[in-house]
Design a protein around this ligand. Structure first.
Ligand code: ZN
Ligand code: CU
Length: 484
């Protein structure tokens, strides 16, 4: 008998990523593609896997990450691959590692320090240099990346407390054009953060304009995710309409006590906007957020955990209330002594998180922060948590829908051609998992515990995770946005 494939996965329960009901069958892989889906009982391959009792799904796509540096510095990407992730979308929230044509100003302006507080990794003069580094030393996973508006502001402007001038906008536009030519998927903004807060709607529209001919998308960490959510949504849609581009509302949430329950309205607003223009959204499955530590955020949060601190590294993992008591003085003084620092804020409620996750267009994105000393558990737990807790235990949606939200839907929204689906001709990005046992184990107390139930992960036809560990294979490709 001839060897028709490089790899055959037999007797799998296939969930193909489109949302269609599962079916049993075999999948044959040749090179980096899926060659056959069906009955391969007469075929033989160099490597064969018996997947009886396991689900075979497309590798998960993490729609929202800050893995710009991790994919180069930690190319096995265990935090993500251990969850079944085979593609990460980086450069979110206005922050991208590239371009940085001059040495990054020291100290690194928060939130740019979420990627690298030392500044050492802000070393790519152009987006093309960054993409070239990813191609020369690939990660285990595929990477797609935005160019970040806040990064561009740090380059183009001496004073970040005001709107950009025409000349500064022109500098940023040239960098956006270069990034898009080099394969960026669009521009991300983080208007909620101090270094971008002074940007006007018009500034964002103008800075994004050069991405339009490339079909780029605008991902927004909105100006507000609390009481002014309505205005922030309106601004996001206005930017998309002015340019005729896809808008992606990042990590949609209601993070203010006064707004709890209001996802009924924000989702209705998003649904209405989607009738007129392209709007996508992503969400992570937790009631706590995580970003830089500020007294302003902490004052509004019922509970705050310190995730990292350069001022007091020993305080990572501690409850901020305890830290304040221990250091004496006010909240503001304690926060000042910890700077620069990061935190977890418990500002959401389950009702909103569940409703947003269940909304049909919502994609799953971890928003994990890979360089934090004591990271939010979303970094290691997001995808198994959606499968285990939200689908199996809570019954929020069936497994086919859960998988769709992390594969086929995501690939379609981003324009990742031939990804996110199990079908002949698609790239062989695959995950094998146990539907009965898959679950997250990372918690706020033990945030880097690996998930359970992920048996094997394959990217571009190569096994990247098996028997609870990375194989060392690094077949990741740089993905572009390809829209018809
Ligand atoms: Zn964000
Ligand atoms: Cu983010």
């Amino acid at each position: 008998m001839t060897r028709s494939h490089d790899l055959i996965i037999r007797n799998a329960t296939i969930i193909d990523g489109t949302g269609a009901p599962r079916m049993t069958g075999d999948v044959g892989v040749s090179g980096d593609r899926i060659a056959t889906v069906g009955d391969l009982s007469a075929a033989r391959a160099a490597r064969e896997v018996d997947a009886s009792g396991l689900i075979l799904a497309p590798g998960f796509i993490d729609a929202h990450t800050h893995d710009d540096r991790a994919v180069l510095a930690d190319p096995d990407m265990a935090a993500k691959v251990s969850q079944g992730v085979t593609t990460v979308v980086a450069g979110n929230c206005g922050i991208s590692l590239a371009p940085m044509p001059v040495p990054v100003p020291q100290p690194v302006t928060p939130p740019l320090d979420l990627l690298d507080a030392s500044g050492e990794w802000y070393r790519f003069k152009s987006f093309a240099d960054y993409a070239a580094a990813l191609r020369e030393t690939p990660a285990a996973v595929n990477v797609a990346c935005y160019v970040g508006h806040t990064t561009l502001r740090a380059i183009a402007m001496a004073d970040l407390e005001r709107a950009a001038t025409g000349d500064e906008i022109a500098v940023m536009q040239a960098l956006v054009e270069e990034a898009m030519e080099a394969g960026a998927i669009g521009v991300s903004t983080g208007l909620a953060y101090p270094p971008a807060r002074a940007a006007t709607t018009e500034e964002v529209i103008e800075v994004c304009r050069p991405m339009v001919p490339f079909g780029g998308l605008h991902a927004t960490h909105m100006r507000d995710e609390g009481k002014a959510s309505d205005a922030a949504l309106a601004e996001s849609f206005e930017i998309g309409r002015a340019l005729g581009v896809q808008t992606l509302i990042s990590h949609h949430k209601l993070s203010d006590t006064a707004m709890h329950g209001r996802s009924v309205e924000t989702l209705a607003t998003i649904a209405r906007a989607r009738e007129a223009q392209g709007v996508s959204l992503d969400c992570y499955p937790y009631v706590a957020s995580s970003t830089i530590l500020t007294a302003e955020h902490a004052a509004r949060s019922p509970r705050t955990l310190v995730t990292w601190s350069r001022g007091r590294p020993d305080m990572a993992g501690r409850d901020l209330a305890e830290v304040v008591a221990e250091l004496g003085g006010t909240l503001e003084e304690a926060v000042a002594r910890l700077q620069p620092a990061g935190a977890v804020y418990f500002t959401m409620v389950e009702e909103d998180v569940s409703r947003i996750l269940a909304f049909a267009p919502t994609m799953i994105g971890s928003d994990g922060l890979p360089h934090d000393t004591f990271p939010h558990p979303r970094l290691w737990g997001t995808f198994p948590r959606v499968l285990g807790r939200y689908s199996r235990e809570m019954g929020l949606f069936d497994l086919e829908t859960a998988v769709h939200k992390m594969t086929g839907l995501t690939a379609a929204e981003f324009g990742f051609r031939d990804r996110g689906v199990v079908r002949e001709g698609a790239f062989a990005d695959l995950v094998l998992f146990d539907a009965d046992t898959v679950r997250d184990r990372a918690t706020f107390e033990a945030p880097t515990q690996r998930a359970e139930g992920i048996a094997q992960v394959i990217a571009n036809g190569e096994v990247i995770w098996r028997e609870g560990r990375a194989t060392g294979a690094r077949p990741g490709q740089v993905l572009r946005r390809e829209v018809a």
